[in-house]
Write a new protein. Sequence first.
Length: 144
Amino acid sequence: MTDVRAVPTDVPPQPLPDPDSVGYWDGLAGGQLVLSRCEDCRAWVHPPLERCRACGARTRFEPVSGDGAVAGFIVMHRASVPGLGGGPHVIALVDLDDAPGVRLSGRLVAPPADARVGARVETRVVPVAGGPFHQPEFVLAHDE
């Protein structure tokens, strides 16, 4: 059993890349959002897998802009994940423009009152505190 007193409260959980997702994390480490895509039928596969869910062909990682629209969101009013600070903060589910069918979740860096379904967002890549990883987060697009 883990002693909860030994779990740091100022560092968020760190990703655990596996063979299917290592390309995703490598792309983020290079400052670019990449997603898994089928080499044959061109379907987007997220979370990433070695083989396409639709046709079984191999997948590879391709860059995407990260631009999209908020499909849904929640406002966290108190700390629920170590290292993310107190609330409130917004977690959004975003439909990506250049990866139809993919919804990516992440923090929307905006006041909760500005969050709304349909809001246009851009993705930026930021470090995950306490480790070597990077993650996507969303900001409202300049035209909002």
